[in-house]
Design a protein around this ligand. Sequence first.
Ligand code: SF4
Length: 333
Amino acid sequence: MIINVNEKSNIPLFGLDFIGILDRGTNLLEVKPITLCNLRCKYCFVHAGDYINNFILKEKYIISWLKYALKYKSTKDIEIHIAPYGEFFLYDEYLRLIRDLKKIPQVKVISIQTNGTLLDKKKIMDLEKVGLTRLNISFNSLDQSIAQYLSDDPNYSVEKMLNIFEMVLKSSIDLLIAPIWFFGVNDNEIIKIIQLAKEYQRKGHSGDKFRLGIQNYLIYKTGRKLRKIRQRDFGYFYKRLADLEKKYNLKLKLGPKDFNIHPAHPITPPVERDEKIKVQIVSKGRTAKEWIGRFNEKWAVKVLSKISLKVGATVHANVIKRKTDENLITAWI
Ligand code: SF4
């Protein structure tokens, strides 16, 4: 079932990790407009593709909430990072969203996290015209069979992705290639991707225009896991990156400073951990044990419950997740 989230849906866009606007107390706000995905990656940390209910947010609704979110932020160098629990280019209103974001004076950078498989020349040209800053494209292997295995898609084409990279590099949009390092699975592929990055550098693509952002494979309780692959600690991961940086003379360790991300007034949930709160159930969630509650008019709450809840009911729930630097609330019954 597709649940449309708009002015009438009663679902606030603060409070949930899978849709809406996520703030982590910096000048970067994450926007999550859709939960559908065209791939079903074996390592997907959000389990995209397995939801009973999927969500699509109305563009105008996102913009009105974003303007509200920006009132909390005194800084004038906001980055909007569109990073759905799914694939952004399945979102019909993707171009309108970028166009409207671009009109907000506080927004200086607009970046998109994507698997890139739905991009083509026309889309890239359209995105260029509306002023997109950067595409962060996940790409884990130059080997066709490994790439197909990881994405669980027999039609995944490495050649197509390489063409897309070339097109983005020729446009005014910055490109960040973001492979995940699955130690023991794509070690050689990481080296090949570094060599590809060096080739792009030799062709003159450097600085903000082209970056390589290798990520460590992390295992999440709620995500899909690659069989027999374990997570390596960050100490080991950064040591390996440091060795490769030296060997290939290429910057691989990227941090918030490289993207001009800095602390900015946080949007803080008006509840405490372990507090019992009264919420109105306004929607089903993604799974059979998840609901969306509304608390204090402006806050959504992810409500977890083993017993079925009725939309419209008022319930008392215990807050189990509430951090000072994240505008998320999770509660359970
Ligand atoms: S990892 Fe990304 S592209 Fe792959 S299934 Fe998950 S959301 Fe989709």
